[in-house]
Design a protein around this ligand. Structure first.
Ligand code: NAD
Length: 481
């Protein structure tokens, strides 16, 4: 059985207390690897390594840092197939998705920031003959990067890459639910050319390792992606220490379908935006609002296409939905499905666990589920379920749908389907969301700001936003006359 190790000061090592946790594959429910159950002692060891490495790394030329990041990108690409299979086994997602989306995106993240840093510049503000201001953007020191389980290597690398590109050292913690690809990547770090101690990867639980990172006085900057409640707990610790914080949190995204939409595209993309990665993407649209005139027609097509989706072995290329990430998460999602009818809803598709056969019998499989007839403000329509469950709700006017769409505590993303340009602009402006897609979904340009409003987070990732976050601006004012 594979034993995962921490990467500290360039070495793969066991946790100091030599305690390990079980790692299960959602595909079969079986334990297939061991994860370090690290704690604050391991974090302290990594911090001392990172402290020593910081003067070296932050003084490397931009070209040298860029070269090392792009080499890591290349190494991930060289190992794409093995990493995709590992991601699928660890997370339950179809291997086809991991090899088309997750791992290629990790490749892009390191390549993007390896090159972005070469184009990153700071400002100057001339006061004519009186003075010149210029702004230095300096690396901060040791960055703590904490990531979730739904897009494991994809989101882990999305934080680490800009932090390193900007000249910081990193203490990173992947989710204990899906640690494998971060571990496999840690085996490539030396070969990429990183000096020891620049990138440290510590495995373990949130309350032990995550919290120790957030509490450590020598880690002044925290980039976190995960649940809203965890984000709030982290803020409580970090705010009085005046740490710089980026929080990418939960969502309950509306998907708004007007009667003038391109019908086929809207239905087909809605199937994807509802159920890709078993609905476990923070950007999935879990509340589908359909304008009255096309409600019945859309409902029929959406339900029919959803029933055609294949729930099955994540390793089978025909599978559309693999397993959800863990047994406890499956039980949580099922509890919302059971609530649907109690709350006056009707389940139009799905609503049940899927029992597969043979070695997959112990896996965590769920039917893609569509519910109608629920009030916009009921629990299912307000809380993040983070699984293959969506509701459909009819609406009459723009005002009606905006009120419902904006009614949750979240504000991550939204999707709008309309051929009316004026309406597209107006609705996009009025939606409480950090990201709005019009007539598409999950079309990403890594240069754009990424993040949410309200309970979906604070700060933005992506493009130069992340490089701004991972650097400290210092203005220098030179008197000229
Ligand atoms: P989670 O909050 O339980 O865990 C996220 C990470 O934080 C894990 O590594 C975990 O070990 C760690 N953690 C847990 N408790 C901690 C603590 N007290 N201190 C420090 N670290 C701690 O989230 P999850 O269940 O892994 O992920 C699902 C959530 O992530 C969903 O809410 C989803 O919407 C959100 N998410 C958001 C985005 C985004 O970009 N906004 C992207 C992906 C996922």
């Amino acid at each position: 059985m594979e034993k995962i190790q921490n990467l500290i000061n360039g070495n793969l090592i066991d946790p100091i207390k030599r305690k390990f946790l079980d790692n299960r594959t959602p595909r079969t429910g079986e334990v297939y690897s061991k994860i370090p159950d690290s704690d604050e002692e391991d974090v302290a060891l990594a911090v001392s390594a990172a402290k020593e490495a910081f003067p070296i790394w932050s003084n490397y030329s931009i070209d040298k840092r860029s070269e090392i990041l792009t080499r890591l990108s290349q190494l991930i690409e060289d190992n794409l197939e093995a990493l995709a299979l590992a991601e699928s086994k660890d997370n339950g997602k179809p291997v086809s998705l991991a090899s088309k989306v997750d791992i290629p995106r990790a490749v892009s993240n390191f390549h993007f920031y390896g090159t972005a840093i070469k184009h990153f510049a700071s400002e100057s503000h001339s006061m004519g003959n009186l003075a010149l201001n210029y702004t230095l953007r300096e690396p901060i020191g040791i960055a703590g990067c904490i990531s979730p389980w739904n897009l494991p290597l994809y989101l882990f690398s999305w934080k680490i890459a800009p932090a390193l590109a900007a000249g910081n050292c990193v203490i990173a913690k992947p989710s204990e639910v899906t640690p494998m690809t971060a571990y496999l990547m840690s085996k490539l770090v030396k070969e990429a050319g990183f000096p020891d101690g620049v990138l440290n990867i510590i495995h373990g639980t949130g309350p032990k390792v995550g919290q120790a990172i957030v509490e450590h006085p020598d880690i002044p900057i925290i980039s976190f992606t995960g649940g809203t409640a965890t984000g709030a707990a982290i803020s409580k610790i970090a705010a009085p220490m005046f740490k710089k914080l980026s929080l990418e949190l939960g969502g309950k995204n509306p998907n708004i379908i007007f009667d003038d939409c391109d019908f086929e595209k809207a239905v087909n993309t809605t199937v994807k935006s509802s159920f890709a990665n078993q609905g476990q993407i923070c950007l999935c649209g879990s509340r589908v609002f359909i304008q009255e005139k096309i409600y019945e027609k859309f409902k029929e097509a959406f339900v029919r296409k959803t029933k055609e989706l294949i729930v099955g072995d994540p390793q089978d290329s025909k599978t559309n939905l693999g397993a959800v990430v863990s047994e406890s998460h499956m039980r949580k999602i099922l509890s919302y499905m059971f609530l649907a009818e109690k709350d006056g809803g009707t389940i139009l598709a799905g609503g049940k666990q899927v029992k597969l056969e043979g070695e997959l019998a112990g896996g965590y499989y769920l039917q893609p589920t569509i519910i109608e007839g629920l009030a916009y403000d009921c629990k299912i329509n307000q809380e993040e379920i983070f699984g293959p469950v969506v509701t459909i709700t009819p609406f009459k006017t723009e005002e009606d749908v905006l009120m419902m769409a904006n009614s949750t505590k979240y504000g991550l993303s939204a999707t709008v389907w309309t051929e009316n340009l004026k309406r597209a602009h107006n609705i996009s402006k009025a939606l409480h969301a950090g990201i709005v897609w019009v007539n598409t979904w999950l079309l990403r340009d890594l240069r754009t700001p990424f993040g949410g409003v309200k309970g979906s987070g604070v700060g933005r990732e992506g493009g130069f936003e992340a490089l701004h976050f991972f650097t400290e601006p210092k203005n220098v004012c030179i008197k000229l006359s």
